[in-house]
Ligand binder design. Structure first.
Ligand code: ATP
Ligand code: MG
Length: 397
């Protein structure tokens, strides 16, 4: 009996119009996730089969738990012999090692030459189990153990209770988005949530050397690598923000530093997003968290761009965000104590209710277009894969 993994993608059929696109993307993503695992992947109507050449079952299951678009999968046993008695014996042998009191057999027959109807075969298997295993009974409504028998043309597949997948949509089906990724807790979580909806991310990080350290940058690279696990790989755009920040500092009233700085970030994010075919900008802003995230501030900052800005954690409490950060294993990295460019140049009393007029007025005090152009033209791109270790931040991982 061969042990394999069976992925059902029935759930995706809710998206009728896009089903082919979804399936192709899911297949590509599963193939990518398992490329180094020496498995064979076979696609058949409504099913994906993963068979093994070496003893790496657990590792493969672990990979699949990171692939969005998989809602559930089964650890299945394949029988090429379709003799009814042999199937029943095999089911019995598999079930013997399980602990349960109640069960139900579900047979699915796509091989119409098989000499039992689905219903009759379920009864037959149920009978064999009841006869051979003491103290169990059938419960059709709420069984502890589900016994699935699929009689397909090529073989028979036996499996039990499903493993829950991560859900969501296959990464890439929604198109691309640009995540503003800082070293904080919020933005990696925001990124994860966007990926879950099928958005393939690129990331953008603003650094201000020498005021920000190489450790701060490496921390962001480490976070991007955690996200790459869900995103296949990630392109990280690193923008040198020092000149822009110092110019604002020298020219504008300090209570407006953050407002204007964030307007500049948004402008750069929109432009680089469009250059890279990203249809949205994603960030980790959360309503009311800091002065720049009051509704008034958000309005004044948001007015400089036309691209949609998606804020997945906008309505989450910090504790809710932290929960997700722990779940996706970014939290420990996020709380490493290296300062971002946002935390340097922070004025003592940032304006909580900035006005459009003042922000526009203060920006006229320097030639920001030239600075934005240079920052974009000279920006660095780092390709990050979840699989390979990046030398510069191996100590952080
Ligand atoms: P924290 O988790 O401590 O709140 P944060 O990253 O959310 O950190 P904020 O000052 O709240 O920091 O910034 C709001 C959002 O703006 C971030 O979630 C991120 O999307 C974006 N952002 C801030 N600083 C940077 C930066 N240096 N590079 C890229 N994006 C940034
Ligand atoms: Mg925040």
């Amino acid at each position: 009996m061969e042990k394999l993994i069976l992925i059902k993608y029935g759930e995706l059929s809710t998206k009728k119009a896009n089903i082919n696109l979804f399936l192709k993307q899911l297949k590509d993503n599963v193939s990518y996730a398992l490329q180094a695992k020496h498995v064979a992947i076979k696609f058949d109507k409504g099913r994906m089969f993963i068979s093994f050449k070496e003893d790496n079952f657990r590792e493969v299951v672990e990979e699949l738990r990171h692939v969005f678009g998989i809602h559930e999968f089964e650890i299945a046993y394949k029988l090429t012999n379709k003799d009814a008695e042999d199937i029943a014996t095999s089911v019995l042998n598999l079930v013997k090692s399980k602990e349960f009191n109640t069960f139900k057999v579900i047979t699915k027959r796509s091989d119409k030459n098989f000499p039992f109807t689905s219903m009759d075969f379920s009864k037959k298997i149920g009978g064999v189990l009841l006869k051979n295993i003491p103290n169990i009974r059938v419960d059709v409504h709420n069984p502890e153990l589900l016994v699935h028998v699929e009689l397909r043309m090529d073989a028979v597949y036996i499996y039990f209770n499903s493993e829950v997948g991560i859900g969501g949509y296959p990464v890439g089906v929604a198109g691309k988005g640009m995540l503003m990724l800082s070293g904080g807790i919020d933005s990696p979580v925001a990124g994860y949530m966007a990926i879950k909806r099928g958005v393939k991310l690129e990331c953008m990080y603003f650094e201000s050397p020498p005021h920000t350290s190489i450790e701060a940058k490496n921390k962001v690279i480490a976070l991007a690598q955690k996200l790459a696990l869900y995103n296949n790989e990630i392109k990280l755009h690193v923008i040198k923000f020092t000149d822009i920040q110092t110019t604002i500092y020298q020219n504008c009233p300090h209570e407006y530093l953050i407002t204007i700085m964030r307007r500049m970030m948004y402008r750069i994010a929109e432009r680089v997003a469009r250059m890279n075919n990203c249809k949205i900008v994603v960030n980790g802003e959360s309503i009311g968290q800091v002065a720049s995230q009051t509704l008034t501030s958000m309005n004044v900052i948001n007015e400089v761009v036309r691209i949609p800005v998606i804020r997945p954690v906008a309505c989450f409490d910090k504790l809710e965000i932290i929960d997700i950060a722990k779940k996706i294993d970014t939290y420990e990295t996020s709380i490493l104590p290296f300062e971002d460019c946002c935390t340097i140049f922070v004025p003592e009393h940032p304006v909580i209710n900035p006005t459009f007029e003042s922000a526009r007025e203060y920006e006229k005090l320097f030639d920001y277009e030239d600075l934005l152009y240079k920052a974009i033209k000279n920006h660095e791109v780092i390709k990050i894969s979840a699989k390979e270790k990046h030398e510069e931040f191996k100590d952080l991982l």
